[in-house]
Design a protein around this ligand. Structure first.
Ligand code: AMP
Length: 281
């Protein structure tokens, strides 16, 4: 079956209204495209939870800061489309930036606390852009359920929070991080890595595993754990640490002692490529 590609938000809304009037449920996976197995795993999850599967591909300009990689972000719509077809995606919402943001666009969704941590520190406009575009996509696609990856843990927390705070009637489900066979978390941005940089990218996962092992061996001092993780990362060529944090999984505030559930999250630059990963401790 050919996949339905929908570039217009009014058409997407009309199609979703029609489905909902027929009593059909809609599962939704928002993406920025350049799809990989991580995205596909979320599509399979969504398909198992709803009658109709809608995927969006939109490289959202409002979540990129000045000097970030908006222009360079990898794109391959033909390949994405055929992957979506193989996964049984029913509709692919594929708007342009001007379709999503009109000339006098001026309304944003901004959370007060969650963006003060982790990625929000070096990317101050990022979560405002994410929260805004996801809210818009929810209003356009009208899903019953939407799936997000744990790979972007802070983003998942932001979306769960906005759904709760704004009383959106949408079920949010998360899917586990899909990794390459050596442990590197799949990401569209891995395409930026040169062959010589690729081994350094593995340092994120190694730092997470090292920390988990140390905790299993009885270490609980978060600062000491973070210092060893920083040393490990910096022992690889071309790496720079944006942040390495051990924090409360709900508030994302730093914790001092790992004597309760915690999440370790890190952002590392390998050359010019900024990579993130996380692990529950
Ligand atoms: P993106 O296209 O990078 O904006 O990601 C779209 C969705 O896919 C988000 O919910 C991400 O968290 C999720 N995602 C990205 N990478 C992975 C991965 N390696 N495993 C699972 N989900 C992922």
């Amino acid at each position: 079956m050919p996949i339905d590609i929908i570039p217009l938000k009014t058409e997407m809304q009309a199609r979703s209204n029609h489905l909902r009037n027929q009593g059909k449920t809609i599962g939704f996976v928002p993406t920025m495209g350049y799809l990989h197995e991580g995205h596909l795993s979320l599509m399979r999850l969504a398909k198992s939870m709803a009658d109709t599967l809608v995927v969006s591909i939109f490289v959202n300009p409002t979540q990129f800061g000045p000097g970030e990689d908006l222009g360079a972000y990898p794109r391959d719509f033909e390949r994405d489309q055929s992957l979506c077809r193989k996964e049984g995606v029913d509709m692919l919402f594929y708007p342009t930036a001007s379709q999503m943001y009109g000339p006098r666009f001026q309304t944003f969704i901004a959370l007060e606390q969650l963006p003060l941590h982790l990625c929000g520190i070096s990317r101050p406009a990022f979560f405002r852009g994410v929260a805004t575009v996801v809210t818009k996509l929810f209003n356009i696609v009208k899903p019953n359920t939407a799936i997000f990856g744990q790979k972007d843990y802070q983003q998942l927390r932001v979306i769960r929070q906005l759904v709760q705070d704004l009383d959106l009637d949408i079920q949010i489900t998360s899917g586990p991080t899909v990794r390459e066979s050596d442990g590197l978390a799949m990401s569209s941005r891995n395409a930026y890595l040169s062959a010589s940089q690729r081994p350094s990218a593995l340092t994120l996962y190694q730092a997470l595993c090292q920390t988990r092992n140390r905790i299993e061996n009885g270490l609980t001092d978060a600062n000491a754990l973070i210092q060893s993780a920083v040393s490990l990362v910096l022992s690889f060529p071309e790496t720079a640490v944006d942040y390495i944090a051990i924090c409360d999984p709900d508030t994302l505030e730093d914790i001092q002692t790992v004597d309760r559930p915690a999440i370790m999250a890190l952002a590392v630059k390998v050359g010019k490529t900024r990579l993130i990963d996380n692990m529950m401790l």
